[in-house]
Design a binder for this molecule. Structure first.
Ligand code: PEP
Ligand code: MG
Length: 596
């Protein structure tokens, strides 16, 4: 392992603040650079050495997978089959054994042989007509990456022992779910944006993260000492002692603040004038129920139900879904639990579903479109939901509605399922509210018509921003253009709130901006009734709500709605945060403390 650290070696990598928290630890690089093999081999002895290296890396990868499988059995059971599949790939003679043979045949180092074997597998699998098998390519690639990481890390075994900061090229949301908090302090991703699902899962799990950090895998070596600052989106590589001391001090200060904020978790979220705001949690997995309750969530404003579908086994059974939803409802009873129906596609494809690969998945067969095209998936989910509804207060939320008739078609299926359960005499809940996400500009434009057909709206700004401004939420290259503080976005939110209230329904917001303390006065001024966010954000947001004067916030919102440009809007907001809350705000992408 490299030892630390002199001032001259310190390097600063700037990325995007994906999940807050400051951590200090050694790097384990799982990125792409480890693929580079060295010079061609000269003789049989070198072939033998490379074969040994490969065998050892495969054994270490297998050991790592087995350990991960044990961790997952305890907490993320649905990923156990995925890992079992990866273990099988390690034993596949067409892959690992082929790589070993290629070392001698082509006189190349293990990394190069591994790459060649992977290319062979990719070619073979791509030629198959069965979509499920074609999709195994991603699994083979994942396993190849694991082996490559071990090849690179084999000389640095000490890195494996202590908790590490992972540095990777493109961690998926499932990768993040599988990160054991005892072994992983946080992660850095070369790709990605602040509101793609990798970042979202990190925030919900409370794992500090920096994404969109270009060339991190090249600029960091396994064993480097890192300070990962998820509040500012930056990484210090091999910091000198004074930088390290400053970070440790800030880390301690943040922990102190978080302890203080815990006091607000269970206080009511009421403005100075006594207006009640419902503050709820966004969850993806049952494991997050406990922290959400500890942080004071008054229900679940968004349960991203699709994460239980992202397994190699394909969709879960109705009975499994029934037990998951019942658990949620019982845990939060009498608070409401809002389950969003399947929102796959886009950056969350599920195995075996979704038709042909798409050039433009964000605009393709995703969310409600897939549910309507393949209703058996939707119906089994709806059946489980209605059956679970007798255990608490359920709200069903339809994702990505773009037209009036699409909403009517989805509601017709909802009615059909309820009637079937009734005629089958199966117990199910009554009084289930049916709402929709407003996350596409077309839905904003016809919000008045849609509002008459649903019981509630929840604005999904993560998607609304990307669709309204034509900025991919997961593309770090355009991340600077992805901002909720664009006048167009604020005007859309205002329009949806007005349409919802005119129809007598509540309007919530469950995009990531709901958990940003700097934006809270704007959202209250725009008249939102409910805000749903990552659990960790709840105490801070409650504190902000309690400090807020709604009338002044309404004046602020009116001023911001009239601003022509993001920059002017940010300046005004910055001054407001300073004068009304004593906050020094650095601008979007920076954490906002609430110390007033
Ligand atoms: C959104 O789009 O704002 C949202 C909350 O849903 P997701 O992030 O899962 O797309
Ligand atoms: Mg969305």
């Amino acid at each position: 392992m490299k030892s630390s650290v002199t001032a001259s070696q310190t390097e600063l990598l700037q990325g995007l603040a994906a999940s807050p928290g400051i951590v200090v630890g050694r790097a384990l690089v799982l990125g792409e650079q480890q693929w580079e093999g060295g010079a061609p081999l000269r003789d049989a002895a070198e072939v033998e050495v490379e074969e040994q290296r490969l065998r050892r890396a495969v054994a270490l990868a297998g050991q790592g997978l087995e350990e991960l499988q044990i961790t997952c059995r305890a907490s993320f059971r649905q990923f156990v089959p995925l890992i079992a599949g990866h273990l099988l790939i390690l034993e596949d003679p067409l892959f690992v054994e082929r790589a070993r043979c290629l070392i001698g045949e082509h006189m190349v180092p293990a990394e190069t042989a591994l790459r060649q074997a992977l290319a062979g597998m990719e070619e073979q699998l791509a030629g198959l007509s069965d979509q499920y098998l074609r999709e195994r390519v991603a699994d083979v690639r994942h396993v190849a990456n694991l082996i490559a990481a071990r090849l690179a890390g084999a000389e640095q075994e000490t890195v494996q022992d202590d908790p590490v900061i992972l540095v990777g090229h493109d961690f998926s949301p499932e990768d993040v779910l599988a990160m054991d908090p005892d072994l992983v302090l946080g992660f850095v991703n070369e790709l990605g944006g602040r509101t793609d699902h990798t970042a979202i899962v990190a925030r919900t799990s409370g794992l500090p993260a920096v994404v969109g950090c270009a060339a991190a895998c090249r600029r960091v070596a396994s064993g480097d000492l890192l300070v990962l600052d998820g509040n500012r989106g930056r990484v210090l590589v091999n910091p000198d002692s004074s930088a390290l001391a400053a970070c440790r001090q800030e880390q301690a200060e943040q922990e102190r603040q978080q302890r203080e904020l815990a006091f607000f978790a269970h206080l009511p979220a009421e403005t100075r004038q006594g207006r009640k705001i419902t503050i709820e949690a966004n969850l993806e997995m049952l494991e997050e129920v406990e922290p959400a309750m500890q942080y004071g969530a008054a229900g679940i404003g968004l349960f991203r139900s699709e994460f239980y579908y992202l397994t190699p086994d394909g969709p879960p059974s109705e009975e499994l879904l029934l037990s998951i939803y019942s658990h949620l409802l019982v845990s939060f009873n009498p608070f409401p639990v809002t389950v969003r129906t399947l929102d796959v596609g886009g950056d969350k494809p599920i195995k075996g579903y979704g038709g042909r690969p798409e050039k433009n998945p964000a605009l393709g067969l995703r969310a409600i479109r897939l549910s309507l095209q393949q209703p058996e998936l939707f119906i089994s989910q709806l059946r489980a939901l209605f059956r679970a509804a007798e255990h608490g207060t359920l709200r069903i939320m339809l994702p990505m509605i773009t037209s009036y008739n699409e909403l009517l078609a989805a509601k017709a299926l909802v009615r059909q399922v309820r009637d079937e359960l009734r005629s089958q005499g199966l117990p199910h809940g009554d009084g289930v509210e049916i709402g929709m996400m407003v996350e596409v500009p077309s839905a904003v434009a016809i919000a008045d018509s849609l509002a008459r057909e649903v019981d509630f709206f929840s604005i999904g700004t993560n998607d609304l921003i990307q669709y309204a401004m034509a900025v991919d939420r997961g593309n770090e290259q355009v991340a600077h253009m992805y901002t909720p503080l664009h006048p167009a976005i604020l005007r859309m939110i205002a329009q949806v709130v007005e349409a919802g209230h005119a129809a007598g329904i509540e309007v919530g917001l469950c995009g990531e901006m709901a958990g940003d303390a700097a934006i809270l006065p704007v959202l209250l001024g725009l008249g939102l009734d409910e805000l749903s966010m990552p659990p960790l954000a709840i105490p801070r947001i409650k504190k902000m709500v309690r400090l807020t004067d709604v009338e002044q916030a309404e004046e602020l919102a009116a001023e911001l709605l009239a601003c022509p440009a993001t920059e002017a809007l940010q300046e005004r907001l910055k001054a407001y945060l300073h004068s009304h809350y004593g906050l020094e705000w650095q601008g979007m992408g920076h954490e906002t403390g609430v110390e007033s």
